[in-house]
Write a protein that binds this ligand. Structure first.
Ligand SMILES: Cc1cc2nc3c(=O)[nH]c(=O)nc-3n(C[C@H](O)[C@H](O)[C@H](O)COP(=O)(O)O)c2cc1C
Length: 450
């Protein structure tokens, strides 16, 4: 089982209102020393990666909800994780880092260059969480309105192809020859180009091949376009929902991956999960009771608005709440609908949707209980977990203290061995698999899987 930590450089990721807990330190999210200590702690415990999500802005659904979002520090303010990763990579040796960047708002050449540089700096310990963004405020911030959902995915597909041309297609292996009579063999660095509906670029890529060339590609998307995108491009896929939904989703991604000519068994699936644990079930239950008392429905409603565009705080009317297609985060909206909220009164929908512990996969209990539940997830084909703290870093420390030894006793933790690349840890190879669409862009003289 792969253990990752899943964070945001913000005060309140999922712990709506729990920043009031005396042990919560996440208000120090801009403090590099805090993150270095966090990263080293999870590295020592055998975690594979620290993944940073990133989506920023206010929900823009109502003034009251925006005010609640700021007062509760819920995803606002949010600092740029790409800036923190280099320092954290320098402070660790086995732990990898996965950072989020949006194909809707970035420029492919600039991002490919930044990621290529990061992969050098981190010695191949880097992954990219590819997102298409769903927050309209980002469109306002960048001066280009958030495109509709379908267009966002068409653009993402093209963005990836443009990046592969740069990472895989420009340089042959061995073209950089330090120590010989020249530093670069010009005949082996190709002038590449991409021309599509959204992006145009050409030139020699200015970053020499990094240990992985293409970073490990991570994605989460449950809409039909998101699922197809995962099957085409992703190597690591984040899965949400119930076990039954996850099982169906995994089978669908694997089926589509095979249709796209990829080895369907080569993808790995992770669940994002909140775990509240302790020395035993009673200790964990006490903790959960504390969290329940501090939980803020107001913060929860603000986050819900940010993710789905729904205003669940609107005056209760006689009408019922109905899941309607959203142009924002479709999986979050679907979770609401599948929780049975469709057709309820708005007040009931509010009560359910803003209740502790939120809509994430939630596991609580002592070490055996948590380990049993994580094992049950692996039994349906999940390879590991992206752990989120509600009270940070206390929840992570508790997991490390209580659950990791139990998982070890069962021989379940897949620890990164030595200072290798993230792709080697996950797939036993430093470069993209030959059946991946990016690998098809390698120049002829470049080895099949150098
Ligand atoms: C575990 C997880 C992490 C995510 N992280 C981010 C993120 O950091 N930034 C972002 O804009 N979207 C993030 N998303 C949203 C996805 O990129 C995607 O938009 C969402 O799952 C909805 O899927 P869809 O676009 O196929 O409807 C995340 C989703 C999940 C499940």
């Amino acid at each position: 089982m792969i253990l990752n930590a899943f964070s945001v450089l913000t005060a309140s990721q999922n712990g709506n209102g729990l920043w009031r807990h005396p042990e919560d330190e996440r208000h120090r999210f801009n403090d590099l020393d805090w993150w270095v200590a966090y990263a080293r702690r999870i590295e020592d415990a055998g975690f594979t990666a620290l993944m940073f999500a990133d989506s920023f802005g206010t929900g823009d659904v109502s003034d009251a909800l925006d005010r609640a979002q700021l007062e509760e520090g819920a995803y606002f303010p949010a600092t740029d994780p790409f800036v923190y990763v280099p320092a954290l990579a320098g402070a660790t040796s086995r732990l990898s880092f996965i950072a989020t960047a949006s194909t809707t708002f970035e420029n492919p050449y600039a991002l490919a260059r930044r990621i290529g540089s990061l992969d050098h700096l981190a010695r191949g310990r880097f992954g990219w969480n590819i997102v298409t963004s769903f927050v309209p405020a980002m469109g306002r911030a960048y001066g280009t309105p958030l495109p509709p959902h379908t267009e966002r995915y068409a653009r993402a597909d093209e963005f990836l192809r443009a990046c592969y041309v740069l990472w895989e297609g420009s340089w042959e292996d061995g073209a950089a020859t330090p120590g010989s009579d020249r530093l670069v063999d010009p005949d082996r660095v190709h002038d590449v180009s991409h021309e599509g509906d959204f992006f145009r670029l050409s030139g020699r890529f200015t970053v020499s091949p990094s240990p992985q060339r293409t970073p490990v590609l991570v994605q989460a998307g449950h809409s039909s376009q998101g699922t197809d995108f995962a099957a085409r491009h992703a190597e690591v896929v984040l899965v949400t929902g119930t076990k039954e939904e996850a099982r169906t989703y995994i089978a669908e991604v694997r089926r589509l991956a095979a249709e796209h000519g990829r080895d369907p068994s080569a993808l790995r699936f992770l669940i994002p999960a909140v775990v509240v644990t302790g020395a035993d079930d009673a200790d964990a239950a006490r903790r959960v009771a504390e969290y329940r008392r501090l939980w803020s429905r107001r913060a929860s409603a603000a986050v819900m608005a940010l993710f789905t565009g729904y205003d669940l705080t609107a005056e209760a009317d006689d009408g019922t709440f109905s899941y309607a297609q959203t142009d924002r985060h479709q999986s979050a909206a679907r979770t609401l609908a599948s929780a049975g909220d469709d057709g309820r009164s708005r007040k009931e929908a509010y009560e359910r949707a803003t209740a502790f512990p939120g809509s994430h996969i939630f596991i609580s209990g002592g070490p055996e209980t948590v380990a049993d539940e994580l094992e049950a997830w692996t039994a349906i084909g999940v390879d590991g977990v992206n752990l989120m703290d509600l009270v940070s870093p206390a929840d992570m420390h508790r997991f490390i203290e209580h659950v990791v030894p139990e998982l070890d006793r069962r021989g379940l933790v897949e620890r990164p061995q030595g200072a290798r690349t993230l792709r080697e840890h996950l797939f036993g190879r430093p470069r993209l698999s030959p059946d991946h669409p990016g690998a098809g862009l390698r120049p002829a003289r470049h080895g099949a899987d150098a």
